[in-house]
Design a binder for this molecule. Sequence first.
Ligand SMILES: *Cc1c(COP(=O)(O)O)cnc(C)c1O
Length: 450
Amino acid sequence: MEKKIFERPYIKKIRAGMPSKFGKPVKIDPLPFIDDLPVEELIKQYGSPLFVISEKTIRETFRKAKMAFETRYPRVQFAWSYKTNYLDAVCRIFHQEDAWAEVVSGFEYEKAEKNGVAGNKIIFNGPDKSLSDLKKASENDSLIHIDHFDELYDLIEVAKKMDHKPRVAIRVNMDTGVYPIWDRFGFNYENGDAWDAINRIVRSEKLELSGLHCHIGTYMLSTEAYRRAASKLGELAVRAFHRHNTLIKYIDIGGGFATQNTLKGAYYQGYDTAPSFDEYAESITSALLDVNFPDNKLPLLILETGRALIDDAGFLLGTVLANKRLSGGNRATILDVGVNNLFTSFWYDHEVNPVKDTSDHFEESTFFGPLCMNIDVIRDAISFPLLRKGDQFVIKRIGAYNMTQWMQFITYRPNVVLIDINGSTHVIRKMEDLNAVTAGESVPDHLQKI
Ligand SMILES: *Cc1c(COP(=O)(O)O)cnc(C)c1O
């Protein structure tokens, strides 16, 4: 029999906390493999920390989402939200699965072009589109989603010099029963701005109003909010037809579906509260199917789902650097994964799994990152068995927003490895080195010598 590891005894304060009705986990399962590859081997080969992305999970998740909508509505198109994860390899998996590109900047637009996405399959969102961005997107016949009146006037000027009408939609924000309302993007429905924008677009005779768009928030737990959003856009489409004889060809419901990650401060675990793709699809499609669209023709339904399509496919692997006791007696564990790489730890209580079996003794601990900075906390107050220096762990559901919002701060960003559907691994973003980080810098002559 293997010798039991010694754990130093400690005094534990009993707190009569409120357990949720699902209880506390009695054991944290180890996670030794990702897509049948040993985590230990992955770290040995590619270093620690390490981002790992499962192509299999991306494709399976995408197909599940697509199926949820296509079984309920005849015309569905997904567009991959670049800002959620714009590593080229990731984008190309979605494009192979037939997703268009949804971009929110000139940079992301260039990335989509470089990934081979046809201009007419790029949706251009966001409040920051330069004149040259607008010109290029118009020339490429992309779908330009107008955010505000100033942009509308810019675009009309651009369109005057075109020999075809740019295809546009307006982004609409509205009261969906979820507060605060996300009203900083697009035109408001309730105050009449959205309708005013529609009038101005049609009356300009320079633009083709093809669609209506909304993106009501992110990590939205209410499927009812989507039903309201879909109804309001449907209502605008009907009104545009009756007033202007304009046929709205597509309704874009944006993204925002929640994942099974647990938000900080949430009472229940994310996997108990996040609606399924089927539940979101049911609300959205039943609202659209109920709209009395002109000629009884259903518009194309576009979805810009980001986080819910990629979160589960991403893993962050790491290693324990040290343990220590804080002044109050609490256990602190220092990880080689910090908030510079795991930006979403500011919003989520990320689920951490040990790679190997642990003891059954849980102690409230804080997981710190390696940065010399006080806010570098990956989990505070996590009840966890002892991890020793050198022990490895896996943080699950981190595919969304980390590989775009990560910071180059204090350390190099690590390798990102893709496990393909045959189980082969590929570095899809190489770990940074000094050259990669300083490539854009230059030192003036008078500072050459120190
Ligand atoms: C960020 C964003 C998305 C994706 O949102 P998720 O919450 O990740 O699904 C979709 N559309 C627009 C306009 C966005 O800004």
